[in-house]
Design a protein around this ligand. Structure first.
Ligand SMILES: [Zn+2]
Length: 495
């Protein structure tokens, strides 16, 4: 495929398809719809204190967003991203209100319920006012300093990320102010993103009740992720994820394997054929093992207690069944549909399902609680085909690697052994060909699988160096040639 055609293919969705919180259905819209999620970022936190509610604990707030807090916001993002994303949090002056800054006829008691669409209009006015006052009251601070990153890792005219933490009972929301604003843009014009000191503010993560942990979740929306808990409460939704059914407690879970894979925060291993593998802990190595291609596939990762994930009582493989055809869409404004009808709302066919080792589907129940001992895949656990071919449902709750259509996938996960050092060995089986050609993006880290072929055929272990004689050089050249050929064959895949 020629360079020109490639360019057209990768830019085509830009005009028609781009949205907030789409789990990277589109990945070209950093700036307008997403905050940069790789590299250094200068982000702003605006504390907002309203009289009549418990005051913000500023010491705690400063500590939580400090770069060196081992369990704080920055270390969490750095750990989850394998150091590929470094936010630096600038904390603005406390913006104080003597009374409720919202229309109390619409919001009695100044309480904003989560998912209240009336909050959108009220939210815009509040955000505009807080941004304007921050710019005014932060003497000597230039909003231009908040744009050091963008889609290409360089300043792009958009701030790298803005958070608003208030002591009001606001719940949490990641608010696309640029999409909804029909009023003043703070730069003498009307509508669209706010513009301060020449840079644009397109969206703001908001957390109420002074809740620092909610902010970790809301900020992850700015990076491009959608909600993975079940808003309809028929069951809790995805477990083991900062975007899922997490109680916003101090034990922050990592992002799930699919979210890290899409953020390019993982180290992606694609399985082809039968492979006996050693899977290292996700925290520290970012390993994500993918079985299957296209929109529907299985992901496997090694999770257990660490610096984060401290709710885990044991270590094991977390297995996910992913189907990106479920309610994900990249058309502008469709994020509202996902708030009303969430991608993980269907317990038996969500976007991302926790496959449970005990095969009991207890996580599909309304009051479900994740059992680390029973639900993680540990010694002796196995997942394979359901020969009946009947699609998974509440009436046919049979754990398997079958596709949602009921068709067997040929995928198997077994011979699992958890070692004392935290590594987990397993035998993974995927189709024996055609698995290695997909890419997330054209260039850069984690765009392509780190490994695909079984170890016997792989060059991953090659310690080839210069100056080791013509034989090594010749092999190296062949390898380069092979990689170039392979790259040509690879399709740009956009799920
Ligand atoms: Zn959310």
């Amino acid at each position: 495929m020629s360079r020109l055609v490639l360019l057209v293919v990768s830019l085509a969705p830009l005009a028609a398809r781009a949205d907030y919180m789409d789990h990277f259905v589109v990945r070209e819209d950093v700036g307008v719809h997403k905050a940069p999620y790789l590299g250094n970022a200068e982000v702003l936190l605006m504390p907002v204190e309203v009289a009549g509610f418990p005051p913000l604990d500023l010491d705690r707030l400063y500590a939580f967003f400090a770069a060196d807090n081992p369990q704080g916001f920055v270390k969490f993002m750095e750990t989850a991203s394998l150091g590929r994303y470094h936010p630096h949090v600038n904390i603005g002056p406390v913006i104080r209100y003597t009374g409720c800054p919202l229309d109390t006829t619409k919001f009695p008691g100044c309480v904003v319920a989560r998912g209240d669409f009336a909050a959108f209009a009220a939210g815009i006015n509040l955000i505009r006012e807080v941004v304007r006052r921050t710019n005014e009251e932060a003497v000597g601070f230039d909003f231009g300093a908040l744009d050091v990153n963008g889609r290409r890792g360089t300043p792009d005219g958009w701030v790298d990320g803005v958070m608003l933490l208030t002591n009001m009972p606001f719940g949490g929301i990641a608010f696309p102010v640029g999409y909804f604003n029909r009023g003043d843009n703070l730069a003498g014009a009307t509508g669209g993103p706010l513009i301060v000191d020449g840079v644009k503010v397109g969206h703001v993560a908001i957390a109420g009740d002074g809740d620092l942990y909610t902010m970790v979740h809301e900020f992850s929306h700015l990076l491009g992720l959608t909600d993975l808990y079940a808003e309809n409460r028929t069951y809790p939704g995805l477990q083991l994820s900062v975007m899922g059914a997490w109680g916003y407690d101090p034990n922050i879970p990592l992002h799930d394997a699919e979210s890290r894979f899409r953020l390019r925060w993982g180290n992606w291993h694609q399985v082809q054929g039968k492979q006996k593998v050693v899977i290292a802990p996700a925290e520290g190595t970012g390993e994500v093992w993918r079985l299957g291609t296209g929109d529907e596939y299985f992901l496997v990762e090694n999770r257990g207690p660490g610096q984060f994930d401290r709710s885990f009582t044991t270590r094991g493989l977390a297995v996910y069944h992913v189907d990106r055809r479920v309610k994900l869409a990249g058309e502008e404004g469709r994020f509202q549909d996902r708030i009303l009808d969430c991608v993980n709302c269907d317990a038996f066919h969500p976007y991302i399902m926790n496959v449970q080792a005990d095969e009991k589907f207890e996580l599909q129940q309304p009051q479900a609680k994740f059992s680390y001992e029973d639900d993680l895949f540990r010694d002796g656990a196995f997942l394979g085909a359901d020969p009946s071919g009947v699609p998974l449902s509440a009436d046919h709750p049979v754990a398997s690697t079958n596709w949602y259509s009921g068709q067997p996938s040929g995928i198997e996960i077994g011979q699992i052994r958890v070692s004392d050092d935290g590594a987990i060995t397993a035998t993974l089986i995927a189709p024996s060909e055609g698995q290695c050609g997909e890419k997330l993006c054209d260039e850069g880290e984690a765009c392509a699988p780190l490994t695909c072929e079984s170890p016997g055929e792989s060059s991953a272990g090659c310690q080839c160096g210069a100056g080791q004689g013509p034989l090594v050089l010749g092999a190296l050249l062949l390898l380069l040639l092979e990689q170039r050929l392979r790259r040509r064959q690879q399709r740009v895949f956009r799920a």
